[in-house]
Design a protein around this ligand. Structure first.
Ligand code: SF4
Ligand code: SF4
Length: 90
């Protein structure tokens, strides 16, 4: 049975796209810094990210943490992003 408290909510404010799973994790993607390389999308073991349909200010598709509720807090995405565009907090 799905836990409603862990359901992902995605919000976009300015350059920041945030996927939140309440009481679990918050994943911020800075769309101004992101160059759309796809490392985070490919390397996340839980397939947390999906590509945006729209283009960013830089003219690239960016990852959206649509499945933040599945995040295991390994921080791989944050550590591997070459442009320091992701922050994972809990
Ligand atoms: S911390 Fe790990 S599981 Fe969570 S989004 Fe990043 S790579 Fe995926
Ligand atoms: S690894 Fe960083 S630069 Fe590459 S797509 Fe992900 S957020 Fe963007």
């Amino acid at each position: 049975m799905a836990d409603a408290g862990k359901k992902t909510v995605v919000v976009k404010e300015g350059y920041l796209v945030t996927g939140k799973a309440e009481k679990v994790v918050e994943i911020d993607v800075d769309t101004f810094l992101c160059k759309g390389c796809g490392i985070c999308v490919e390397m996340c073991p839980r397939k947390v990210f999906e590509w945006s349909r729209e283009l960013s200010e830089k003219g690239v598709h960016y990852p959206i943490p649509v499945n933040a509720d599945k995040c295991v807090k390994c921080k791989l995405c944050e550590l591997l992003c070459p442009d320091f565009a992701i922050a994972v907090r809990w």
